[in-house]
Design a protein around this ligand. Structure first.
Ligand code: SER
Length: 323
């Protein structure tokens, strides 16, 4: 891992992965690829290109002598339902282009799958590593197909491609965008900005979640692990915390940090939440409540650090500064 390409680098994961990779020992360059204009202060070498333009991606790989790709470009679950054709094109054709180039230039690849690979026929509690995969969203369909494609390239071409099924990722650097689990991010913004939030899932909705620092650390750990430890070439279950929507509300309201900060912001010291489930409730109801990730813990030493209280504290602390 010396010359790294991160695709979709300005998105939720990329904007935190790029700086983390730049700090990593042995890394020489990190090329941050996206098709949009970069946010202010985006580190790394910026390259703009469409992910479905294979020739443009190949030029970037050659220009910087890339050896490792973190392929993050993706439409998420809710946006994918608004435009299923685009979701298929970007998520599947983008991945195929990266895998083919990886074979050609002998690159290592990280590609994220998701809890969206599961569906209503999957056991919802402590979902096992190997289980039924019958998702009902286009996003989920591209994740299952992508997992199988990765495993196919590993078996057929001996390509070192690794993957995890991320739960909902919670972070403060990039605003929420197009996911079903994003209520758990948006709620922090509204808590600090207005003190009220209309939640698009029911209060008893439980979904697997993870604080971004854990996700980034885990991702790099997976890519650093010796190939002999990687037993799963579809995608590893990876879990941290599961909570009800109203448990998160309670945690925010009980946080001394929230009370302290809002008192200074015009006296709002209580977060009031109303629940108005929309089309995303159906997506949430089709996903697991909790995940069994013992294989990732056993194979390459995955371990999470942030529980609900610690995550809530850092979210409030950092967002308060940045808002
Ligand atoms: N966070 C994603 C979503 O909600 C799940 O991978 O779409």
């Amino acid at each position: 891992m010396k010359n790294i390409l991160v695709t979709g680098a300005f998105g939720q994961i990329g904007s935190e992965l790029v700086p983390a990779l730049l700090k990593k020992k042995g890394v020489k360059i990190v090329v941050a690829h996206d098709k949009r204009q970069p946010p202010a202060g985006m580190p790394g070498i910026i390259e703009l290109a469409d992910i479905t333009d294979g020739a443009a991606i190949e030029r970037i790989i050659k220009k910087y002598k890339i050896d490792t790709v973190f392929h993050l470009v993706s439409l998420l679950s809710a946006t994918g339902e608004q435009n299923p054709n685009l979701a298929w094109d970007v998520n599947m054709n983008g991945l195929k282009i990266i895998l083919d180039l990886a074979v050609k230039y002998k690159l290592r690849v990280f590609w994220p799958s998701s809890i969206a690979a599961f569906g209503p026929t999957t056991p919802r509690d402590k979902t096992p590593q190997e289980t039924v995969l019958e998702p009902t969203t286009m996003y989920g369909v591209t994740k299952v197909a992508g997992e199988l494609l990765c495993q196919y390239y590993f078996k057929k071409y001996n390509l070192d491609v690794r993957s995890v099924r991320y739960p909902g990722l919670i972070s403060w650097k990039t605003p929420p965008g197009g996911g079903t689990t994003d209520y758990a991010v948006a709620i922090f913004y509204e808590a600090l900005k207005t003190g009220s939030y209309e939640c698009f899932v029911k209060k008893d909705t439980i979904l697997p979640m993870m604080y971004m620092d854990d996700a980034i650390r885990g991702t790099i750990k997976l890519m650093d692990a010796p190939a002999s430890k990687i037993k799963i070439r579809t995608s590893y279950n990876m879990a941290a915390i599961s909570f009800r929507a109203d448990e998160l509300v309670k945690e925010i309201n009980n946080s001394p940090f929230f009370k302290g900060s809002t008192a200074k912001r015009g006296g709002i010291s209580v977060l009031k939440v109303t629940y108005k489930p929309d089309h995303r409730q159906k997506i949430a109801d089709s996903w697991p409540r909790s995940i069994n990730d013992s294989q990732a813990r056993r194979d390459w030493g995955w371990k999470h650090d942030f529980d609900l209280a610690k995550m809530t504290k850092v979210m409030l602390k950092n967002l308060q500064k940045s808002l």
